[in-house]
Write a protein that binds this ligand. Structure first.
Ligand code: SF4
Length: 347
């Protein structure tokens, strides 16, 4: 499918060109309708019927379909979205205790980084998503949401900096369409220095999260083989440049794997890594995924004592720490659990 024909890939300027000689306000009206989550051209009631008929012939309003929908008792909604050509990805709607909604979006079908603790990583890599495929995940979630979605976290399937151009376009479109400032976006990376620098240089001015996992170089390389080539020093340097330019606090994500990266030396290595940066460490006890192993041994959740001791060591070292509350585990929609194959979920 030619992306130019898919409305969710286009901004107002692009729409205006394609719709010429129609007056420019028609492009603005159409753009507004797309981000009102309509499902058909017939719902665009302030557009003349003849114009809607022309749109139907020339454009596709949405090029993906929700193949499976799961709702957790905590309110989390997980969607398996199928794209034309066969690839699929999961998107998650999270609600906090105050009813505020966050969309968690995927940027790739599968992921080439291959983190041993992540279900997506165990799937291998299919392909990067196009901008409209990311935008449409948001729109599908928005239709599910009783309240406007106020935040976007790019923490679903895939590494954002391996698909930054498409992500940038999608965030621009959703930001414009829904009136969300880039500060409402959080991009989470496994640590690609050139991507961090690109974001720093060219925006959007999103919040940045770095999935550190372990600040022990050797262990990190074994847990996250696809980013082994980037040293922690190189990543830290890029984070420092990002922070200098952006001025915002960076989140270091520490997924805790029972018995693997939870010792006092692991916490101290994180303290060393964090020195000189303005960061908060987000501790995420691993969310179980059946069948995942590290060097021949099944992974396990950290026990409460391991987690508490780890957090205490960080705090005693003067580090700001938050603990990720567990959302969506009942539908395998929590961090590290995404990765249903299209053929499993779709039929
Ligand atoms: S944790 Fe992120 S970077 Fe690692 S395999 Fe999963 S999706 Fe990819």
């Amino acid at each position: 499918m030619n992306e130019e024909k898919i409305l969710t890939a286009l901004d107002e300027g692009e729409l205006e060109k394609l719709l010429s000689p129609a007056p420019s306000f028609r492009a603005r009206q159409l753009f507004k309708w797309i981000y009102r989550d309509v499902l058909s051209f017939d719902e665009m009631t302030n557009l003349p019927v003849s114009f809607r008929d022309e749109l139907k012939k020339r454009f596709i309003l949405c090029d993906s379909a929700v193949k499976k929908r799961l709702v957790d008792e905590d309110g989390t909604v997980k969607l398996l979205v199928a794209f034309s050509g066969g690839a699929g990805a999961e998107a998650v709607l999270l609600k906090d205790g105050k009813g505020r909604c966050t969309a968690c979006l995927s940027v790739q079908a599968g992921c080439p980084v291959g983190c041993v603790f992540c279900k997506t990583g165990s799937l291998g890599f299919s392909r990067s998503l196009q901008a409209h495929e990311i935008t449409e995940q948001f729109l599908h979630l928005s239709r599910e949401s009783s309240a406007p979605i106020g935040n976007i976290v790019v923490m679903g399937m895939g590494e954002p900096f391996f698909n930054l151009d498409a992500l940038r376009k999608a965030l621009f479109l959703v930001g414009k369409g829904k009136g969300l400032s880039p500060r409402r976006f959080t991009v989470s990376t496994s640590g690609i220095p050139r991507g961090i620098l690109d974001l720093s240089e060219n925006g959007p001015k999103a919040e940045l999260a770095f999935s550190l996992v372990s600040a022990r170089e050797d262990l990190r390389g074994r847990l996250m083989p696809g980013v082994r080539e980037f040293s922690l020093a190189e990543i830290k340097n890029a984070l420092g440049i990002y922070q200098k330019k952006n001025g915002r606090r960076i989140t270091l994500e520490a997924v805790l794997l029972g018995g693997i990266n939870t010792g006092p030396e692991d916490a101290r290595a994180i303290l060393d890594f964090a020195r000189g940066l303005f960061v908060v460490v987000n501790v995420i006890p691993w969310n179980p995924v059946n069948g995942l192993c590290f060097e021949g041994k099944p992974l396990r959740e950290p026990d409460a004592c391991e987690t508490e001791t780890f957090i205490r060591t960080l705090e005693q070292g003067g580090q700001n720490v938050t603990r990720r509350f567990r959302k969506g585990r009942g539908v395998c929609g929590a961090c590290g659990q995404l990765g249903q194959r299209l053929q499993q979920g779709g039929n």
